[in-house]
Structure formats: structure tokens, C-alpha cells
Design a protein. Structure first.
Length: 474
């Protein structure tokens, strides 16, 4: 649960992208807005605008306090609604004159939903029957699993029933990257080859090819805390909506052993190992400027097991999502399916304040730095030692390469090559490093983490390298 406070007018309008990202990620955030005084409403006060109509499409509830006495109840309601399944943001704004008025103190304790106390979904028997007869089952789990706090139940399920697990979004780390049932590189083969797929807390959107990532004959079981907001893009065999942890436990207990799946797991592990081996050439690439994969090869050796990694970029962060291992829930954050650049510094600030004993590493492209790079000033002023690692290729890579592929030329896709963003961070009071060769990178990373300051390791990367996308984003 998070709480944000925004000033009236431009404070709220500036928060719209953050609200949209919270909605797309199912993040339970209560946003408190200022508002022009009720006694002067309609007279043209400073920053006077009715926020509710344009905020409402992005939140689960949007309310305005009608009196000072309504404020406690509205805040309690916003907290409760944000945590009810499906989780998401809520909004309350307060006219200025009410904020400085008095009202009786509200009585009674606030009771908030606990996802672990939610009962199992109805219809588990049908899904369990599918699972019992499956020889090639698979789990594809996403952000909804994380908000449901169902990682322990998922581990029990995949261990006892010998089911391969794939994760995206905030679910990364809910099964550790070194767990025997965790896979990542074999995802395409596994989803296409599965006879039964448990799709847990993730919609079948562009990330799953609008359902086409699964085989034509794959029977899909949709599991979540609540029905999805949009119809499934393809038919599903069963739907289980309720307490996700309780549902997974009930499914495990009802399905029993489910047959021998050793051959299925061995086949996927072989594919996984082959694909990991094929990455070694890029991971150890000695070119200068660096290949993004070499950056992450060196970074992985410096990150601790419980490090929190924040992604804020296009191609550069896509490589990170492919190769950075996550071992605990809540240790990977990125803009999510809304893809809003500039979110990284705020995520990193919050993560380090919440977990001051952990490494917090912000991965960002040079384009993303232009959106919110000055927030390093905020990190310095508050003494929050986040380490940023920048892939600086001097271009908008996610735009330049597709344009040149389609049209033979690109427009407005150039940034300043080899710009010294590290000196910007130094000027703000942080620690800066410039890396232009592979052998410079690991010592620079170690110095940045040891500095005790907000830091930026500015790594010059090869602008000719493009992340090999195959998914249909639209």
C-alpha cells in the first residue's frame, strides 16, 4: 500500500501518468489531492479545476470531501477500496478551507482486506481434473500473483506437482531464479507445447501475444483475485477467481500428484540450458562501446541476492529483463505494461527508503534520464544512495531501429552521443563514473556501490545493437 499527496491543479495533472501506471500494475495507492476552497468554488481561485472527472477513469474510486467531517471516512474508504481485489489506485481530494477546519475525531478501527484470508475460488475441481490429466502443464504468473501474496502457495504447487513456472511483471522472484521449477529462456517452447496452462494474475495482453503465445490445443485455466476487466482474447477451459493463495493450495491438494512429468521438465531444461549457453558470446562480448549484455554480465556479479533492481528504459532495460536473475518477491520493478518512461527514480527512491539495508540499482537509458534525471538531486538532498547504471547509446533505440527497418531512415531519434550524464550527477552532489571499455565496468560498479552516495555509472553502449523483439505490441 502506498500513499501520495499532490497539490491542486498541475500537481494532479502531473500525476496522471503515475495513476495510469498504478492502474495498469494493480498497485494499491491512495492519492490525496489538494483542491481550491469550496467557499470560493467557481470564482477562479488559484489552480481551480475539478479533478474527479479526468481522474476517475484511472482509479477505482474518485471522491471529493463535502465537509471536514467527511474526510476520515473518505480516506478509510479509499484505503479499503485500493486493497480490495483487484487492487488498484484510489483518489480523494480536499478543498483547502476544509483542510484547515476542525471536525470530530472518527470512532472505530479501520479494517483492511488481507489477501491471504480470502477464500479459494469456486470450481477448483474442474481445473484440478484438467491438471491431473496433463502431461505437459505450465504456470505463467504475473503481477496479480504478487499483490495476492501467493508466492509461497505457488512454490508448493510447482514443487509437489512438478510444474515448470514462468514469471513476468512483479511476479519475478516469487519463485527464485535458481529454483528447479523456474524457467525463463524456454518460455516460447513451454507455452506453445503445454497441454494445460495455469495463467495466474496476468492478462492475456500483448505480453502473451493476446493468447497466441499458447498452443492452439493448450487448455487455459485463468486464476486471479477477480475477473479480468476485459474479455479473454481466446476461450479458456476454466476460471478461478478468489483468494489466489487459497485457490492454488486447493488446486494442489485436489489435483494430487498429477502423473509423471519428468520428461517434460527435462525437455524444457535442455532448451533452457541451450539458450543460456547461446547467450555467453554476447555476455562476454569485448566490444567498445559495450554490448548491453556485457553490462548485465558484469552487473550480475556485483548485485547481492536480495538487491532491488528498477528498470526505466527501452532496449537497454529489455536486455535486463531477459538476463538479470531475481530471487525474492518485490526485487524487480519496471514501468509495467503502461511503459511510462521516467518512473525509475521515484521507484528507486521509494525502494531504498523502504529497504535501506539493500542494494537498490536503477537501470536507465540515456533517453529515460531526460525524463526524470534531475531526481538525482532529490536522492542527494535526502541522502538516499541509489546506484544508477545507464546504457548510453546516444539514440532513442526503441524508435530509431524500427524506423530504419521500415523506412530506411529515422526521424528525431538521435540524442547527444557520449553525453556526460555522470558529470550532471556529480554536479548535483552524487558520485559519477564514465565507462567506455568492458574492463572498466566492474571496478566502476564496485566504487559506485561503495561510495555511499547516489551514483550514476554512465556506460557507453553500442548504438548498432537492437533488442530482438518478436512480440506484437499492439
Amino acid at each position: 500500500m502506498g500513499v501520495a499527496a499532490l497539490t491542486a491543479g498541475p500537481g494532479v495533472t502531473n500525476g496522471m501518468s503515475a495513476l495510469a501506471s498504478a492502474q495498469a500494475n494493480g498497485s494499491p495507492v491512495v492519492v490525496l489531492g489538494g483542491r481550491a476552497p469550496a467557499m470560493r468554488w467557481g470564482m477562479g481561485s488559484l489552480q481551480e479545476i475539478d479533478h474527479v472527472p479526468f481522474v476517475a477513469p484511472l482509479v477505482k474510486s474518485a471522491r471529493t470531501a463535502g465537509s471536514p467531517g467527511e474526510i476520515p471516512g473518505l480516506v478509510d474508504e479509499a484505503l479499503r477500496v485500493a486493497l480490495e481485489p483487484p487492487t488498484g489506485p484510489t483518489f480523494v481530494d480536499f478543498p483547502l478551507d476544509y483542510v484547515f477546519s476542525e471536525a470530530p475525531v472518527a470512532e472505530g478501527a479501520l479494517s483492511l482486506p488481507d489477501p491471504l484470508s480470502a477464500p479459494a475460488a469456486e470450481g477448483v475441481e474442474q481445473a484440478a481434473e484438467l491438471l491431473r490429466g496433463a502431461g505437459r502443464p505450465v504456470v505463467m504468473a504475473g503481477t496479480g500473483l504478487y499483490w495476492a501474496r501467493a508466492e509461497d502457495a505457488l512454490r508448493r504447487l510447482c514443487e509437489e506437482l512438478s510444474i515448470p513456472v514462468f514469471l513476468n511483471g512483479l511476479a519475478r522472484g516469487c519463485v527464485p531464479a535458481d529454483h528447479p521449477q523456474f524457467f525463463s529462456r524456454a518460455r516460447s517452447s513451454a507455452l506453445k507445447g503445454a497441454d494445460v496452462a495455469l495463467v495466474i494474475g496476468v492478462p492475456m495482453d500483448f505480453r502473451l501475444g493476446f493468447g497466441a503465445s499458447f498452443g492452439d490445443e493448450t487448455q487455459i485455466v485463468s486464476i486471479g483475485s477477480a475477473p479480468p476487466p476485459r474479455p479473454h482474447p481466446r476461450p479458456v477451459a476454466a476460471e478461478l477467481y478468489g483468494g489466489v493463495a487459497a485457490t492454488l493450495d486447493a488446486l494442489r491438494e485436489t489435483a494430487g500428484g498429477g502423473g509423471v512429468r519428468g520428461e517434460w521438465n527435462r525437455r524444457l531444461r535442455t532448451i533452457e540450458n541451450e539458450k543460456r549457453a547461446a547467450e555467453q558470446e554476447e555476455l562476454r562480448d569485448d566490444r567498445a562501446p559495450l554490448h548491453p549484455m556485457r553490462v548485465y554480465h558484469e552487473l550480475q556479479a556485483v548485485l547481492e541476492r536480495d538487491a532491488i533492481v528498477i528498470g526505466d528504459g527501452g532496449d537497454f532495460v529489455s536486455y535486463a529483463g531477459r538476463v538479470i536473475d531475481t530471487h525474492e518477491p518485490g526485487c524487480w520493478m519496471d514501468p509495467g505494461p503502461f511503459g511510462c518512461l521516467g518512473s525509475g527514480p521515484g521507484f528507486a527512491l521509494a525502494a531504498k527508503l523502504a529497504r535501506p539495508d539493500r542494494q537498490v540499482c536503477l537501470l536507465l537509458g540515456d533517453g529515460a534520464f531526460g525524463f526524470a534525471g534531475m531526481e538525482f538531486d532529490t536522492l542527494v538532498r535526502h541522502g538516499v544512495p541509489v546506484v544508477g547504471v545507464m546504457g548510453n547509446n546516444g539514440i532513442w533505440g526503441l524508435e530509431k531501429h524500427p524506423m530504419e527497418f521500415l523506412y530506411g531512415y529515422s526521424v528525431a531519434a538521435e540524442l547527444q552521443p557520449e553525453l556526460r550524464y555522470d558529470r550532471v550527477v556529480e554536479a548535483l552532489g552524487g558520485h559519477g563514473e564514465l565507462v567506455s571499455r568492458p574492463d572498466e565496468l566492474r571496478p566502476a560498479l564496485e566504487r559506485a556501490f561503495a561510495s555511499g552516495k547516489p551514483a550514476l555509472v554512465n556506460v557507453l553502449t553500442d548504438p548498432s545493437v537492437a533488442y530482438p523483439r518478436r512480440s506484437n505490441l499492439a
